[in-house]
Design a protein around this ligand. Sequence first.
Ligand SMILES: [Zn+2]
Ligand SMILES: [Zn+2]
Length: 429
Amino acid sequence: MSPYEESTGHVSCPDCGADVPVDPGYRPWCGKCGWNVVPLRDESRLTAYGRILERVATTSGRRFGATLFAEMKAVGAGPAPRSGLALLGWATAALVNAFGLAVAASGLALFGYGFVSALAFAPALVLLALAWGFRPRLPEKPIWIAPREQFPGLYQLADQVANALGAPPVHAIAFDGDYNASFRKLGWRGRSVVTIGVPLFAVLAPQERVALFGHELGHGVSGDPMRSLFVWSAVNILAELTDVLRPQSIWDPDPRIGGLVTAAWNLLMAGISLPVEWAAFGLFFLLRTSQQRAEYRADLLAAGVAGTEGMVGFLDRLHFGGTFQFTLERVAALGGKGDVVKELRRRIGEVPARELERIRRMERAEGSRLDDSHPATVFRLELLEARPATTAKVVLSEEAAGWLECELAMVPEHVKRRQLEAYMRSLYQ
Ligand SMILES: [Zn+2]
Ligand SMILES: [Zn+2]
């Protein structure tokens, strides 16, 4: 390597000696041996037990991920095949929820009996406190809902897409300041809400915006029984129960009763809590697998509405999550005065192709994790490539695209800046 090349940004790979180009501000990496493609995960702070779980999540995740990918490639957007494992999961969830209800019911009954015999109050309160911990957690309400009258273009697009999908129309569209989008059912009546992060929506081309709605509304097309509040609630009950049962440590240095008796008791409790905890993990991982399946399925449904090209473009944009984070950091460093969206658009235009290639390689090398809600974006793109290409059913006209742009500008500033402000607050804590 000549000194001239050194100064224009080349280094030698420390592993294989190959020539590595350097883009200022980005991680250098070797295309030949893969050096520095994946940042090292810091596992030093994990306990031995945490490391076991980490290994389960990664190695089983790779295996499950590959099986799921093969299944999606064969089945496409059709309904998930029935599996014995899912049935077992559902039955477990039913049993656990029944247990939760039984705890609440006996707590109430004992409390009532407390008026006959005051001795019953103490165990009643214990059971009621436990039942309170078991209560299902409903998803958080969105921070700002776009009113239908002020955002006619946006709702029209959502209705068109829902219609093309054969999905029920969305009840509300919400905005926030994240580089993300989501579909949720809110409240006991399960009203559907699509939440759109302004920064993500702002960097999408018109047909990619159709794809975003296609994906989110695709989640509403068919309810996968494993994704329901019912299963989440069971996971929560098992996790709460583990917390209650598991002793802080086996050996108590300052025991109230004899040290050996306490240790034996703690050992027993640890033994009881372990299967409960593993049941929680099992159910959680099952839930995650079915969530990942739902993501693939929503992608395929969206490709059918927005066309494969629009959907691929949309997924490609998801690779810029790191650029968004970096933009937040830069704007925060300047006192938070800049316009995040404007700055993000500029920075995305400047990301070197080589950095995008590194992100794709990193995702492929890391594979799927069992505890992730989404499959890695590279695999989502590969699935679209593996399935027959589709043309768009909903095409955004130039006029409609123009409306959307105007409506996007109407989202209040505090909504757009929410992530930035949360990030800045985190700096001062
Ligand atoms: Zn190398
Ligand atoms: Zn999704």
